[in-house]
Design a protein around this ligand. Structure first.
Ligand SMILES: [Zn+2]
Ligand SMILES: [Zn+2]
Length: 178
């Protein structure tokens, strides 16, 4: 594993959130926010209302800017996010999770916790000089963010939808030539 489990989960959650912005937008209802919360095994405060949904949706451009920044640019964004959220890193252990870091209290708004968790995870990425793990989807019609945590850095597409589409296109191109 490249990073610790909690860091990788936070990065994957951030990428999924950023990519939910793609057409069609897959984060438009409280139910979709619920699924996101469950999928990435979040705990703590979850208001399940329109205000929370709006706050989480509004994070997407900021997180996209962070994940696609160059290393020095990412440092600036991370420091600002941690300062504005008054992050205080504390080691905690809860549910099935062994010791890991929370830098804001669990009763803080969900959007604040996502922001701080992503910023904390990016500390590991920046310190390890691994910003190149982030890229943009190889599909010409998609600008989804790709997070490649694989050993051989083989990941090109943001989703199976995009990799399947590329596979179909490549197959058709071969058929046309044959
Ligand atoms: Zn936790
Ligand atoms: Zn894509």
């Amino acid at each position: 594993m490249l990073f610790t489990n909690d860091t990788e989960t936070s990065l994957q959650a951030a990428v999924a959130l950023v990519n939910s912005f793609d057409e069609p937008d897959t984060l438009e209802t409280v139910e979709q926010l619920d699924s996101y919360f469950d999928e990435f095994q979040y705990t703590g405060r979850h208001d399940r209302d329109a205000a929370e949904l709006e706050a989480v949706r509004a994070l997407r451009p900021r997180l996209r800017a962070l994940l696609t920044a160059d290393r020095d640019g990412a440092v600036e964004l991370v420091n600002r996010m941690l300062a504005e959220s008054r992050a205080v890193p504390q080691l905690v252990r809860h549910d099935q999770w062994d010791w890991h870091i929370h830098a804001v209290e669990v009763d803080q708004p969900f959007a604040t916790r996502i922001l701080v968790e992503t910023a904390m995870a990016m500390i590991d990425v920046i310190r390890a000089d691994e910003m190149s793990r982030f890229g943009i989807c190889a599909d010409d019609d998609c600008d989804g963010v790709v997070l490649d945590l694989s050993r051989n850095r083989s990941r090109m597409f943001c989703s199976t939808t995009c990799s399947n589409r590329a596979a179909v296109a490549a197959y058709r191109a071969r058929q046309a030539r044959a």
